[in-house]
Design a protein around this ligand. Structure first.
Ligand SMILES: [Zn+2]
Length: 52
């Protein structure tokens, strides 16, 4: 079972481990939504994770 976070823009970060998904979504935010990256904490991101 993999984990995923859906970005508000439609981007989906997937991974087998929570840390992988968080790394991927933070990398995406840094490129596309730098302001969001600064305002969202790691703990918030953990709450956004869905199981697939
Ligand atoms: Zn996005």
């Amino acid at each position: 079972m993999s984990r995923l976070i859906r970005c508000e823009c439609g981007f989906v970060a997937r991974g087998d481990r929570e840390d992988d998904v968080i790394t991927t979504i933070r990398q995406h935010m840094g490129e596309d939504h730098p302001a969001l990256l600064e305002s969202v904490a790691i703990e918030d991101l953990r709450g956004w994770i869905e199981m697939d």
